[in-house]
Design a protein. Structure first.
Lengths: 556, 289
């Protein structure tokens, strides 16, 4: 037992050391601190809508700043933390550390618990940074005395237990082939959004005591907790306040202000956070079932199901004895033709292939090995609007399909930009005839996929609304591959792209937020040229990426 | 055809020189690059292949400055990096087609070259297999095939025989040597025997600088007559180590067989033997250190 604890500790410690030296964690902490700043400087925060009157928000007392920072940290950890925490198991495989672990006495569950420990430690680091920033925020922007302890402890109590759950899900997804790629990241995004949305199941004017237990249990961000804690203060400022949703936002103009000076926290919240930790450990234990520490080609039952649906194996796995002995059979030295018998045809034209061939190869690489359901979905997204257009059906369908055609190719776009670094191909590309052409070829291939999947929908929309719809098509075709390329090149991973893109897609194409409507789903977005602006930013980013790809910075 | 470097240097982090003051002139043939770990071999190769720009100095291919117009050398370049990798989900054939496109070959030429090269590296049977199912040796041979795809005039191969079984190692180094008549082949390895068997010239790097650049025979001649073998007791071996450059030791039941470089016979029963490139290399590095 003690030896296992020591092993888990060292797995966690090593993993944390690797992470603390990564740029990705720094970026994440920067985002956390910035969101904390927005909330604790009054730019953005929690407010309550009051029937027949202006909304109400809180004066930035130390207690409220601590609570706000806890909610901000929980929100960022829930929505963005997963993308930072995941990849810990895959990293060991990628860096060739997995075989050493697999041949050690460290069991699968102990190894995974160590990984969970590392994730929780990242949560502690995040909470510490956020809490320190919140103290500074209060000293500058707050009201009343700056009491560090009342600011710091809510952050830790709210953020760290949530990290245990998010980190455990990240570990679980890393052990199941089906969920270890883009599908897992997309599925998590929707799951997290659903979890936040769960707070909306609360009756609109229910007082804290009447809020259903299920809603409290799902209060991962702390909205119901904040409501519970601040209700009396709100009632002091707004006599007769009979309950209402807490929301994140600016709170509108002329908002009234309540002053929250602390008070005992409800027991249900501590129970809920404790349950979150227990659930996190349980999820990690469950991850040991599909986790195949030897990663041979004979997967466990769950992994086998995953393999049936997934596009390909996790990289860096150990080879089975059959594969290891391949040298002794196929492709081995025995029976090979003598060198002098092999006639190598000369190459007379070295530039004959051209850029078009590079694009073709990149397109094949991007489309290679997608799961069957992806091809089926893409085919349906072309066939259904085509059928509607040919039969003279309801052209309004096109607007409904736009969000779908702008997210379906995500699985393809995720392969842009990052894979050359991830698979160590960069030296071969830089030494080739097309070091910049390869990058542009990837991008063009991504645009072609976007255009292909969305072609029928764009055509139908143009029939329905006129040529203005083509502006949306330009944004939908150009922007996503551009973002994928730049984010992938910068981070060497598809995760940043996926997190950013899904957030933008959620606000713009799905919910109709005009400011992020890069596909032209809203009339306002099209009329103000938002898709075109996104397309222009995309092209600009690609030009910068192509410039950086040049080793000698000469002409393209 | 000729590759020239003039006072070539690469500095990392603003202070540490990976390669310094390298001036070479290499014509058609095989040129072996030897040196201890961290000597700067891979850094030099990365500069020669335009993967990383030099901090100082210049590289000329056929008289043209590579740092000014890298495209000229890239068009005729074949490169096997030390940490060669591939897209694991592609088949071998798909991967080679991909590299052929990046090398500017049209489909017809690419098909013909791929077929012949797969025969050369003996991977024809597995051309349709995914690369993530390849063993280390097969993976390395795939790397050699991709380096030869465009019939390069300048072929730079960094540790090409790593992971190959003895039979394939000999076959691959012979393949490189046999095709070297009409191209410049730069061949880096830690296996000195591979260089001895194939190279026309040998360059030894130490701490980023060239300590020797000579024909292989000339380098061997420099220690000819100074290489001895003798059998000594284990206790006597330490004394020899302090006094001479020990090239090799083999434990025997009645002592230790020692191969060393010395100006005169180190023991009464020591026997002068023919020098090898390894003897010359070890002696060169010893003196440089």
């Amino acid at each position: 037992m003690r030896a296992d604890a020591r092993r888990a500790y060292h797995v966690a410690r090593t993993d944390l050391l690797v992470r603390l030296r990564s740029r990705k964690l720094l970026v994440f902490l920067g985002v956390v601190v910035y969101v904390g700043y927005l909330i604790n400087s009054g730019s953005f925060g929690v407010f309550y809508t009051v029937a027949d009157g202006p909304s109400v928000n809180g004066a930035l007392t130390a207690h409220l700043v601590g609570l706000n920072a806890g909610m901000a940290g929980s929100t960022v950890m829930l929505l963005g933390g997963f993308y930072v925490l995941r990849g810990t198991v895959e990293r060991d495989e990628r860096h060739g550390h997995a075989p050493i672990l697999a041949s050690s006495r460290t069991s699968g569950p102990v190894y995974l618990l160590g990984k969970l420990g590392s994730n929780v430690a990242v949560g502690v680091v995040t909470a510490a940074v956020l809490a320190a920033a919140a103290v500074i925020n209060h000293a500058i922007h707050g009201v009343g005395p700056t009491t560090p302890v009342v600011i710091v402890w809510p952050v830790f109590v709210m953020v760290v237990p949530l990290t245990a759950l998010v980190g455990a899900v990240a570990v679980l997804f890393g052990t199941v082939d089906l969920l270890s790629g883009t599908l897992g990241r997309v599925a998590y995004f929707f799951g997290a959004v659903f979890l936040v949305g769960g707070q909306m199941f609360r009756p609109e004017t229910a007082l804290p005591a009447a809020v259903p237990a299920t809603v409290k249990a799902l209060d991962v961000v702390g909205l119901t907790l904040a409501y519970d804690l601040t209700l009396e203060s709100i009632r002091t400022a707004v006599p007769g306040f009979d309950g209402g949703y807490a929301s994140f936002g600016t709170g509108g103009t002329n908002a009234r202000t309540f002053r929250y000076e602390g008070g005992p926290w409800p027991a249900w919240f501590f129970i809920q956070r404790l349950g979150t930790v227990v659930l996190g450990v349980a999820v990690t234990a469950a991850a040991a079932v599909p986790f195949d520490r030897f990663r041979t080609t004979t997967p466990g039952p769950l992994a086998r199901v995953g393999r049936l649906l997934s596009p390909g194996p996790v990289i860096g796995r150990l080879r089975s004895p059959r594969e290891e002995s391949a040298d002794a059979g196929e492709g081995a030295g025995g029976g090979s033709p003598a060198i002098e018998e092999v006639s190598l045809p000369p190459v007379t034209q070295r530039g004959a292939g051209g850029f078009g061939r590079v694009v073709g190869m990149e397109l094949r690489r991007l489309l290679r090995d997608q799961p069957r359901w992806w091809y089926l979905g893409a085919a349906l997204l072309v066939a259904v609007p085509s059928g509607v257009a040919l039969t003279g059906g309801d052209t309004g369908l096109a607007r409904g399909l736009l969000p779908l055609v702008s997210v379906w190719p995500l699985f393809v776009w995720s392969r842009i930009g990052s894979r050359t670094a991830r698979h160590g191909i960069r030296p071969q590309i830089l030494a080739s005839t097309y070091p910049v052409g390869q990058l542009l070829g990837e991008w063009v291939a991504g645009c072609l996929v976007a255009a292909g999947v969305g072609s029928a929908t764009f055509a139908l929309l143009t029939l329905a609304t006129g040529p203005a719809a083509l502006l949306g098509a330009a944004g939908a075709v150009v922007f996503p591959p551009s973002l994928a390329l730049v984010a992938g090149l910068w981070t060497g991973s598809p995760r940043l792209f996926e997190a950013l893109y899904l957030a933008l897609w959620y606000v713009g194409p799905l919910n109709g937020g005009a400011v992020a409507d890069f596909v032209g789903v809203t009339t306002r977005g099209v009329s103000t040229g938002v898709p075109l602006a996104f397309a222009a930013v995309g092209v600009g980013a690609v030009v910068v990426a192509a410039w950086r790809r040049q080793v000698y910075r000469t002409v393209f | 055809m000729r590759l020239r470097t003039e006072t070539l240097g690469k500095r990392y982090d603003g202070t540490t020189w990976g390669v310094r003051d390298v001036t070479l002139s290499l014509g058609a043939g095989v040129h072996g690059l030897l040196g201890p770990n961290g000597a700067g071999k891979s850094t030099l190769m990365r500069m020669l292949t335009t993967v990383t720009p030099p901090t100082e100095g210049a590289i000329y291919w056929e008289g043209a400055d590579v740092t000014e117009s890298p495209g000229a050398v890239r068009a005729v370049l074949g490169y096997l990096p030390q940490e060669f990798d591939t897209y694991p989900t592609l088949t071998l054939e798909e991967y080679l087609e991909y590299v052929a496109a990046l090398r500017g070959l049209d489909a017809e030429t690419a098909d013909a070259r791929i077929g012949a090269l797969l025969e050369l590296v003996n991977l024809t049977d597995v051309r349709s297999r995914r690369l993530d199912t390849f063993s280390g040796g097969m993976h390395q041979r795939a790397g050699i095939a991709q380096a030869l795809l465009n019939d390069p005039e300048l072929l730079v191969v960094d540790e090409p025989t790593v992971g190959l079984d003895p039979e394939e190692r000999v076959r691959m180094r012979n393949a490189l040597a046999d095709t070297a008549d009409d191209r410049v082949v730069i061949f880096s390895t830690h296996v000195v025997a591979d260089v001895e068997a194939t190279a026309d010239t040998v360059t030894v790097l130490e701490d980023g600088r060239v300590v020797t650049h000579a024909e292989a025979e000339e380098l061997i001649r420099s220690v000819e007559g100074d290489v001895y073998e003798c059998r000594v007791s284990p206790s006597a071996l330490e004394g020899l180590r302090e006094e001479y450059r020990i090239c090799n030791t083999v434990r025997r039941a009645d002592g230790v067989d020692v191969r060393l470089v010395a100006e005169a016979a180190p023991t009464a029963d020591a026997e002068a033997v023919a020098a090898t490139l390894e003897d010359a290399y070890l002696e060169t590095v010893e003196h440089a250190g």
